[in-house]
Write a protein that binds this ligand. Structure first.
Ligand SMILES: [Zn+2]
Ligand SMILES: [Zn+2]
Length: 307
């Protein structure tokens, strides 16, 4: 029996199809909202929580990642949008996109085959709930905000380390193959990099639930979706007047990460600008000029004091 209903009295007959499961759940549980009904119907239809969670995560990753890449692929084909391309002379060719797509999908299948079978048992061990109803919106927003903060911190330090000598040469260099990134390149990386940078996305919620015992799998799904969108968008190569960082000044976005790919140095964080700003690792000629100016002033002051 699926654990999607915390209440053991909710025993329902098995359904032959997903739509049968959905109509059964909606008629017997009208108090659930539409997303909760779809969620419960999935677990009820599958009758195997391990496979239901594993497949859900695999499909979520594939649909959200490639689904988010598709609009960028189309935008790259429309000359009208070229005026907002950060490196406008570097529109990716179909061949480049295809090569990148093949490599990403291959590593998805290799890296994700095992978690399909192990993810649900791990959730159970940690106390990640799959049951309906879902937590309140406030709880989800607070938890996801915290995950964004923690992932960004992890990403900054791990990515900075990946730019150090041998780590760069043997691992991170693959991701820097494209000096002008496009959506699909977000997960174009060495398997070691996928796992270690991906740890920021997966391990932070695991640590959180380990200490609090309070996390729902649906919250995790929303978090992973938003994080995938952030990663794909930051590789899109487009800076629009309506890009998010114009409204939220500490949001990193494509402008921030494009400079990292262009200059190979600086702008190591993923979602926010505060780490690079406060630790003086901002990328690009403007940041470099400001840094040099600050150093010049410092040296002048020192010389004055010495005199
Ligand atoms: Zn890098
Ligand atoms: Zn990148």
């Amino acid at each position: 029996m699926s654990q999607v209903f915390a209440n053991a009295t909710n025993i329902l007959p098995t359904s032959q199809s997903y739509s049968d499961a959905l109509s059964l759940i909606s008629s017997t549980n009208p108090q659930l909202n539409i997303v909760e009904q779809y969620w419960a119907a999935w677990y009820h239809y599958m009758q195997n929580d391990v496979l239901a969670t594993g497949l859900l995560f695999f499909l979520l990753h594939e649909f959200m990642y490639f689904g988010r890449c598709l609009p960028w692929y189309i935008i790259d084909k429309i000359p009208y949008f070229n005026k907002w391309k950060i490196q406008p002379t570097k529109i990716p060719s179909d061949k480049e996109q295809w090569e990148c797509f093949k490599s990403v999908i291959m590593s998805h299948f290799l890296v994700e085959a095992i978690p399909i079978w192990t993810f649900h048992p791990m959730c159970q061990k940690l106390g990640i709930s799959i049951s309906v109803p879902f937590p309140t919106l406030k709880t989800m927003v607070l938890q996801i905000s915290l995950f964004f903060f923690l992932e960004d911190m992890w990403h900054y330090w791990a990515h900075r380390l990946f730019h150090y000598g041998p780590f760069y040469k043997y691992i991170h260099k693959q991701h820097h193959r494209y000096a002008a990134p496009f959506g699909l390149t977000a997960e174009y990386a060495h398997p070691v990099e996928i796992m270690s940078l991906g740890a920021g996305t997966v391990c932070m919620p695991i640590l959180y639930v380990y200490f609090t015992k309070n996390l729902h799998l649906f919250t995790l799904c929303v978090w992973i979706t938003l994080r995938l969108f952030q990663a794909v968008d930051s590789h899109s190569g487009y800076e629009f007047p309506w890009s998010l960082h114009h409204f939220i000044p500490f949001w990193a976005g494509a402008e921030h990460h494009d400079l990292h790919h262009h200059y190979f140095i600086g702008n190591y964080a993923s979602s926010f600008r505060w780490w690079d700003f406060s630790l003086d690792t901002e990328a690009g000629p403007e940041a470099k000029a400001e840094r040099e100016e600050r150093m010049r002033l410092k040296a002048e002051q020192k010389a004055k004091k010495a005199n």
